[in-house]
Ligand binder design. Structure first.
Ligand SMILES: Nc1ncnc2c1ncn2[C@@H]1O[C@H](COP(=O)(O)OP(=O)(O)OP(=O)(O)O)[C@@H](O)[C@H]1O
Length: 339
């Protein structure tokens, strides 16, 4: 948004941003460069005066050696900038319906009155813009922060797909992908209390950055009932366990296919496997979503089934109620900060 003056913010070299963030991890926000002055907000809660001084001196030194930056102006605050709580949706394996679940979970939580936004962290196959029918919309910016893209479901969203050209993302390496993810999560989420983050499948660099730097309050793991998918899901669960991110529970997708012609129920991927696995691991089972052509067609059309009262969206609404109850039981204050 313009402040009405004719002066414009200049782009800041991402390497400079990264260098400054490395000096004070999680404490720097609001970076902007204008007329050779780099201004930023430094959160100094819990630091002794000598530590504050040392930090500001190091940040100034790191900025002022850069061509184009004559001066670094630091505003100190004892308040952490309020970021939404994060719930991650993960899977051990691709193609099990993780993005479908993430979108429907967010939409159903929105219907429950939660202030929900979404981040699509899946650099290998960002699909949220399609699922939320906002493929051609680009996010705006305010200063150096992205402004989430609105949609008909009232769930503002940012996607890796917004930052990369189609096909480009796959070449990203860990640190680059991690920085891009940071831009999505540190966007202008004003008015949002809860972010549902659609992680890439598996347990790689992006997932690691996500859980270490932007510690989710909890994770939902999705799997098909198939043995192979379950083995991978167990790996994802232990990944979150090791990072001390509580697993809210497991969802079984694509179980029980009802033939639209003869009505016969078959189980192409088996059935009940994820529930048994959850019980074995002492985890909550959040629900089962049948393999239903209507889930796919509604999703492809950008109208998530959880958005209305229909039967197709029912399993997602039940899962969302359980997640909402879990969040309420954590007694997390609305708009609580994390990290
Ligand atoms: N319960 C279901 N019934 C029918 N189709 C489904 C169901 N769940 C997901 N699908 C379809 O399966 C395909 C893969 O789903 P989705 O993209 O959500 O999976 P994913 O795990 O996020 O995949 P990726 O690893 O590629 O990101 C999509 O076409 C989706 O519409």
């Amino acid at each position: 948004m313009s402040d009405g003056s004719s002066r414009a913010d200049a782009a800041i070299d991402p390497e400079v941003v990264q260098r400054i963030e490395t000096i004070a991890p999680g404490r720097v926000s609001g970076l902007r460069l204008r007329d050779g002055v780099l201004s930023l907000v430094l959160e100094v809660g819990g630091l002794e005066p000598a530590e504050r001084e040392a930090l500001t001196a190091r940040i100034k030194a790191a900025g002022e050696i850069e061509p184009g930056i004559d001066h670094v102006r630091i505003a100190m605050t004892a308040e952490k900038s309020a970021r939404p709580l994060i719930v991650a949706v993960g899977s051990g394996k691709g193609g099990v319906g993780k993005s479908t679940l993430a979108v429907n979970l967010a939409v159903a939580l929105k219907r429950l009155g939660r202030k929900v936004g979404m981040v699509d962290a899946d650099i290998y196959g960002p699909s949220l813009p399609r699922l939320l029918a906002s493929e051609d919309v680009k996010p705006g910016t305010e200063g150096t922060r992205l402004i989430p893209v609105p949609n008909a479901q009232g769930v503002p969203m940012l996607s890796m797909g917004h930052l990369a050209k189609p096909g480009q993302a796959i070449a990203w390496r860990g640190p680059m992908a991690g920085n891009a993810l940071g831009q999505l999560i540190d966007a202008d989420w004003r008015g949002i209390d809860l972010l549902i983050v659609d992680l890439p499948p598996g347990t790689g660099d992006v997932q690691l950055t996500m859980i270490q730097k932007y510690k989710p309050v909890g994770a939902v793991i999705i799997s098909t009932p198939q043995d192979l998918a379950l083995i991978d899901a167990a790996r994802a669960i232990s990944f979150f366990d090791q990072a001390k991110v509580p697993v809210i529970g497991m969802v079984e997708n694509m179980s029980g296919y009802v033939c639209p012609h003869c009505g016969e129920v078959s189980d192409p991927f088996g059935s009940g496997g994820a529930e048994a696995e959850a019980a074995d691991m002492g985890l909550a089972f959040l629900g089962r979503v049948p393999l239903d052509i209507a889930v796919r067609s509604a999703s492809d059309a950008g109208t998530p089934p959880a958005a209305d009262e229909g039967i197709v969206g029912q399993p997602f609404r039940l899962i969302a109620e359980r997640v909402a109850r879990w969040l309420d039981n954590q007694q997390l204050p609305a708009g609580a900060t994390f990290g």
